[in-house]
Design a protein around this ligand. Structure first.
Ligand code: FAD
Length: 353
């Protein structure tokens, strides 16, 4: 057993990794020589003897006395509505048809990144690649082709290792696309680390993806192999309810799974997550249930508002109205996730008392 020092790596291992709660956000990966990411798993390379580890401070799964200031900030900053602070919410899609065809839904994420890169608002974007023979992982995209190469959703964590590597090399003006857990790790970086404010200044744009859960990559690739399906799929989709379908798109067509086959693969730590809409992002983006082929966009910060304004003005994005009914529905789904997450965290804490 690794010793559990109050604020050290041992605490992170005992409270998160050994309990199977890691969601592969990658906040700890590449920070130091002790954590790495291999084929869908965060692996501990060696024991760290520091008793005040940055990995613990950044981990969104490590509820700990050290995280209290972040939670106080969260309570103060989050608005009453479950989808979190918002300046504006609307539907959008990329104007570029080619981009839309290659993207998950409306291509708003890819369009915004390409716009930001081509207009010098960011120098590179930390994204998730499609994975080769191994699991998807972080990648730094510097131009349109590289952004398009990362488009589409992979439903497993990807560790986004590239971010820590980029920060270490002194890169700045970075864009980051990530899941709610990854946006929370960035918020922790800003608030919890002594040099967090300075490091955060190197991140010029944070685009968060809506997320209900992500699945364990290794379990998923075993499931695909058992059914004789190529793990290098073209894309994945979860069809809107009541379909109950997880779709794997291949070159020749697609294979459908019942969600009851996929749910057992959901990462255990996702059950503790209280954030469906990436509240710590500048802009949060998800599907548009009421308008297929479009995205829902939540603008949260002045940084987000400015880039959205420019991208609309320069015709990179097309926009439409988000209905009151749609807002009620999205907010109810986010509230449901928050309540389930709070309950799961309480149950877990009680079971370890
Ligand atoms: C695990 C997961 C769960 C999701 N759950 C929901 C949900 O419940 N409801 C909902 O409305 N939307 C959900 N989404 C978001 C949705 O699938 C689309 O990513 C989003 O609507 C943007 O669509 P787009 O057409 O603009 O994407 P694109 O323009 O195709 O861009 C997609 C972006 O997602 C990034 N990406 C892909 N896989 C990952 C990953 N594993 N981790 C981090 N980044 C990744 C890519 O780098 C790319 O930048 C989920 C996404 C993921 C990855």
């Amino acid at each position: 057993m690794i010793s559990e020092k109050s604020e050290g790596q041992g605490c992170l291992i005992n409270k998160v990794i050994a309990r199977g709660l890691c969601v592969r956000c990658g906040a700890c990966v590449g920070l130091c020589p002790y954590f790495n990411y291999y084929n869908g798993e965060v692996v501990v390379i060696d024991q760290c003897h520091s008793d005040n580890s940055r990995c613990l401070q950044l981990c969104p799964l490590a509820e700990h006395e050290a995280t209290t200031p972040l939670y106080q900030a969260k309570v103060k900053e989050a608005s009453d509505i479950a989808i979190g602070p918002l300046r504006e919410i609307f539907l959008a899609r990329a104007r570029d048809r080619e981009l839309r065809a290659k993207s998950q839904y409306g291509g708003a994420v890819s369009a915004l990144l390409i716009y930001a890169l081509e207009n010098g608002l960011i120098k590179g974007a930390v994204m998730t690649d499609k994975g080769d023979d191994l699991a998807p992982k972080g990648m730094l995209a510097r131009d349109r082709d590289q952004v398009i190469a990362c488009s589409g959703s992979r439903y497993s964590g990807s560790a986004a290792l590239e971010l820590n590597l980029c920060l270490k090399t002194g890169m700045d003006q970075l864009g980051v696309v990530g899941l709610p857990c990854q946006m929370e790790a960035l918020a922790r970086m800003r608030r919890m680390l002594p040099d967090g404010a300075a490091i955060s200044q190197k991140i010029a744009l944070k685009i968060g993806l809506f997320c209900t859960w992500a699945i364990d990559y290794r379990g998923f690739s075993t499931l695909l192999k058992t059914r004789g399906i190529d793990t290098k799929a073209e894309g994945y989709d979860i069809l809107p309810p009541p379909a109950d379908v997880f779709r794997v798109k291949n070159k020749t067509g697609y294979d459908d799974f019942s969600l009851s086959d996929i749910r057992p693969l959901i990462q255990k730590g996702c059950s503790l997550c209280q954030d469906m809409t990436a509240q710590w992002a500048d802009i949060s983006i998800g599907t548009a249930e009421e308008k297929p082929g479009w995205n829902t966009i939540i603008v949260r910060t002045s940084v987000g508002a400015e880039i959205i304004r420019k991208a609309l003005e320069d015709n990179f994005l097309e926009r439409d109205h988000f209905s009151k009914k749609g807002l009620e529905h999205l907010n109810a789904a986010a509230a449901n996730k928050r309540l389930k997450g709070i309950k799961a965290r309480r149950d877990l804490d009680r079971s370890h008392q």
